[in-house]
Design a protein around this ligand. Structure first.
Ligand code: FES
Length: 154
């Protein structure tokens, strides 16, 4: 009877089985070490959407001149506050509905304008020319004292 057969019969660990086990676990560990980062790269982590429904702007109502616009942060998104030539405050999501560039106010043409592909929105946020397929999402604007509070429309 060979030594291997004797060790197997006695339930002991042979050198060959130990080396097979060692190579198997090393190969398994190597494969996991390679595959795990690749899978993590291709499957993005789940990030919760910003749950912001209202923000107080970091500037005063008296600081906003007629026929101007200012960009502000609305959670993780940009917002744009417009003060029309007649002095009315309006706020919109500043993300262009075409390919998500940030829009800006143009006092010279009294439009909200997207520089990326020359998209135009009127002062009600309606898309009036260029590639934007739909209007900007509008927000509620409330002025309390000197504070400007912008909130999601419900
Ligand atoms: S991203 Fe605004 S017009 Fe294209």
């Amino acid at each position: 009877m060979s030594e291997t057969a004797r060790e197997e019969r006695s339930g002991g660990l042979t050198r060959k089985r130990f080396i097979d086990w060692l190579l198997g676990t090393s190969l398994g560990g190597f494969v996991l070490a390679v595959i795990y980062p690749v899978v993590r790269y291709w499957v993005p982590p789940v990030v919760a959407e910003s749950a912001v429904s209202s923000v107080t702007l970091p500037f005063k109502a008296t600081d906003v001149a007629d026929n101007t616009g200012r960009i502000f942060k609305f959670g993780s998104k940009p917002g744009i506050l417009i003060k029309t030539p007649s002095g009315e405050l309006r706020a919109f999501n500043a993300t262009c509905t075409h390919l998500s560039c940030t829009v800006q106010f143009r006092a010279d043409i009294e439009n909200i304008w997207c520089a990326c592909h020359n998209g135009h929105y009127d002062l009600n946020g309606r898309n009036i020319s260029g590639p934007p397929p739909r209007p900007l999402d509008s927000y509620n604007v409330n002025v309390r004292g000197d504070q400007i509070i912008v909130s999601v429309k419900t």
